[in-house]
Write a protein that binds this ligand. Structure first.
Ligand code: SAH
Length: 381
């Protein structure tokens, strides 16, 4: 049986080596050459891989392919943040956001179409859960962003663009979906982000953010070394049960025990706890004091996220003064807390605003403010 051509995008090194050996009788160095072409140089076509023998390229074509997701739209915010909507099927999409800063470039990627965690303040939750992304769909987000950013880099096309991988210095799983609920595909994708023949990022620059799937945190501690962020959002179980329903299954004390275990096993620096600031809900001085009691003396940092509104939400963002006060109380109690600057909210690219509807007309209506482009993967090739 000829079989289906295998998508090489997303095969971690060991699997790619096994594939070229089994299907092509090739040595492991062929897999390394392929990885360099795919990830460093962003190739999607075997014909372009000029240091591979022509008959090997032809053989490859028979059994393998490199398929990336299709870009539906790209939007660019006033602050330089970019958001891509990628097609997953007729109506559903996922979103990937690039956030440039003077000293780094962070790519925020999705792990699922929709999400099943049902956090009450998150727009992704409203669409429910559709499906897990495959490894190629996760890695494909980085591959596409890498290519799009390379094209807009000064010097591109005349050979002075340098190594375009430099545009993406950090990858965070803070887009749509719960990455630990898609463990099977997220971990191989992270191996490619860390591999020096892949995206060559250090373990501190790849961050997995979770709403708190405790058993998977223990599993991850054994299997893959990346930075951990945890969406805490409340300092007690009563409130967290309401905001982050998974808390009913894995309450705060169990969650924190898993976090400290993670840091111990991985010799990590600290867990980043995310805390969305909801007016009148979780932003009172007493909440800050309760939080400080939970985290004081622990390897923890707090990241306060001003709530980003979306249509239909019942929550409001805490006033700036309340957020600053909250941070100050934490700092006074010896807990490091910072306020996350909102980025890309004019294109609904901020935390919790990702919805990924391919059919969403607002993308068109917002046109005056943005730079909308519709390019399919085929046009860009
Ligand atoms: N499911 C993962 C990652 C996705 S969300 C997780 O829960 O961590 C990335 C971060 O954005 C999380 O901390 C999430 O709680 C936060 N977030 C969700 N909705 C938000 C909103 N409307 N405003 C601000 N932050 C939000």
């Amino acid at each position: 049986m000829a079989g289906e051509r295998v998508n090489l995008l997303g095969l971690p090194r060991a699997e790619l080596e096994a594939f070229v050996a089994a299907r092509l009788g090739a040595k492991p160095f062929r897999a390394r050459q392929l990885m360099k072409w795919i990830y460093r140089r962003g190739a999607a076509d075997f014909a372009a891989m000029t240091d591979l023998a022509q008959d090997f390229r032809a053989q490859l074509d028979g059994v393998a392919k490199i398929t990336v997701p299709e870009i539906v739209t790209e939007q660019v915010s006033n602050d330089g943040t970019r958001k891509w909507l990628l097609r997953m099927d007729e109506v559903q999409g996922i979103e990937t956001v690039y956030i440039p800063e003077p000293d780094r470039g962070t790519l925020c990627i999705s792990s699922q179409v929709g999400c099943a965690m049902d956090c009450s303040f998150c727009s992704t939750a409203q669409q429910g859960f559709n499906r897990n992304l495959g490894v190629a769909e996760i890695v494909g987000q980085v591959w596409l962003a890498h290519r799009e950013l390379a094209e807009s880099r000064p010097g591109h096309g005349d050979g002075r663009g340098g190594d375009a991988r430099a545009n993406i210095t950090n990858i965070v799983f803070m887009g749509m979906g719960e990455p630990l609920a898609n463990y099977r595909n997220v971990v191989p994708a992270m191996r490619i982000f860390l591999d020096d023949l892949g995206y060559d990022l250090s373990r501190r620059r790849v961050t997995l953010s979770t709403s708190g799937l405790v058993p998977q945190i223990y599993k991850l501690a054994q299997e893959c070394n990346v930075a951990l962020a945890v969406s805490l959002h409340a300092p007690n179980d009563e409130l967290r049960n309401e905001l982050v329903p998974i808390n009913r299954k894995h309450p705060i004390d169990e969650l924190l025990a898993a976090c400290w275990h993670y840091i111990d096993v991985q010799n990590g620096r600290s867990v980043t706890f995310e805390y969305v600031m909801l007016d009148g809900i979780n932003d009172k001085p007493e909440h800050a004091r309760q939080l400080a009691r939970l985290l004081k003396g622990r390897p923890a940092k707090l990241n306060l996220i001003p709530f980003n509104a979306f249509p239909g939400t019942r929550y409001r963002r805490s006033p700036a003064a309340a957020i600053v006060r909250f941070r100050d109380i934490l700092n006074e109690h010896g807990v490091i807390a910072t306020i996350r600057r909102t980025r890309g909210d004019d294109i609904d690219a901020a935390c919790g605003q990702l919805a990924g509807r391919v059919t969403d007309r607002t993308l068109v209506r917002l046109g005056t403010k943005l730079t909308p482009m519709t390019r399919t993967a085929a046009e860009i090739q």
